[in-house]
Unconditional design. Structure first.
Length: 223
């Protein structure tokens, strides 16, 4: 069974690569994401390479093998289903579950995760709208989602909030206070202006969001 550290590395590589069109991930990017030194990353990449979970090319970066990618998806599946379980059954809020899931994702078996998935009714997304990879420990498929950042929405567009990329507790609490929760329906009153602000109307109230915050909200246009 892969160690906690190995699982954290392959998950981080997968998630960073996914934000840059599946390009190799640099040592510096991994060091920043995992809060370790570049030397520690270099040492661990040798371990991943020896285990055939990833291939590291000096000055280019690291890319997961098919085996490494499958392991990353298994860890992500565990994490997102645990988050959904904590919200749906224990009524924890969406800003409370990430850290809990970070610890629990390494301790639960794939059998238990499959049982949790069935118990929850095989949800498509977690509490933040992140798509849950489907399948089981033997064969797992990458999930996809649609939509675009709120920062790219045009004035007058009606939308539904479908995913939140920035899942830091303070930002999630800010969204809750603003009414910009998952599945909330709103309308863009003013697209990104010269000051870098997006103005939307949500639930009868007006909200002004900086471009960076709006870029962390994925929305689906409504007709």
């Amino acid at each position: 069974m892969p160690s906690l550290t190995v699982e954290n590395y392959v998950k981080a590589i997968y998630q960073i690569s996914a934000t840059q069109a599946d390009q190799p991930v640099s040592t510096g990017q991994l060091a920043t994401a995992l809060g370790v030194t570049p030397g520690t990353v270099t040492s661990m990449l040798k371990t991943l390479d020896a285990a055939r979970l990833a291939a590291h090319t000096p000055y280019e970066g690291v890319a997961l093998s098919e085996t490494g990618r499958a392991l990353a998806l298994r860890v992500i599946r565990r994490h997102r289903l645990i988050e959904q379980f904590l919200v749906q059954t224990l009524e924890m809020t969406w800003d409370e579950v990430h850290e809990e899931a970070e610890h629990m994702e390494h301790a639960v078996s794939d059998l238990l995760i499959d049982r949790i998935d069935a118990f929850l009714g095989q949800p498509d997304v977690d509490p933040h709208g992140d798509p849950i990879p489907r399948g089981n420990a033997d064969r797992i498929a990458e999930a996809t989602d649609a939509g675009h950042p709120l920062s790219a929405a045009a004035a007058g567009e009606r939308f539904r909030v479908t995913r939140v990329l920035d899942q830091s507790p303070p930002f999630l609490r800010y969204l809750s206070d603003s009414g910009l929760v998952l599945d909330a329906v709103g309308r863009v009153e003013r697209a990104v202006d010269d000051a870098g602000v997006v103005q939307v109307r949500i639930g009868g109230g007006a909200v002004a969001l900086p471009r960076e915050a709006a870029a962390s909200l994925i929305v689906t246009p409504l007709s």
